[in-house]
Design a protein around this ligand. Structure first.
Ligand SMILES: Cc1ncccc1N[C@@H](C)c1cnc2ccsc2c1
Length: 116
């Protein structure tokens, strides 16, 4: 008997979960610092310190333009948003606190949705 191959998730069903997750991130009350790209001209030092800026709007554009081949690449970009935030903002700052809350929310949700 040939063992049936583990049903691979089709890329589009994987990415459908990413779209759901992103919508939840954007709707979160603490999402405000991350909804659009940091304006490099108006935040002194940001361009120098943060090598790979990322934000939820850019992630949405990449999803729409099929630039994510799988969930992993999507999760890497979402974590980049939070890693950049922790690098540039003090933990006890408004933005720093929002970043920690958003990261905790994301970690919880993607584990629930993807670790089925
Ligand atoms: C995520 C992040 N990290 C470091 C600096 C800025 C930001 N966010 C931008 C949108 C931003 C840019 N300007 C302001 C002014 C008050 S909150 C806020 C937020």
């Amino acid at each position: 008997l040939v063992s049936c191959a583990k049903r691979a998730k089709t890329p589009n069903s994987e990415l459908a979960v990413c779209r759901v997750l992103l919508a939840e991130l954007e709707a979160h009350q603490d999402a405000w610092p991350f909804l659009s790209p940091v304006k490099l001209k108006s935040v002194p030092g940001y361009r120098k310190v943060i090598k790979k800026p990322m934000d939820f709007f850019t992630i949405k554009e990449k999803l729409i333009n099929n630039m994510y081949l799988n969930q992993e690449n999507f999760i890497i970009d979402v974590n980049l948003v939070f890693d950049n935030c922790q690098k540039f903002n003090e933990d006890d700052s408004e933005i720093g606190q929002a970043g920690h809350r958003m990261k905790r929310f994301f970690d919880k949700r993607w584990t629930e949705l993807l670790r089925k």
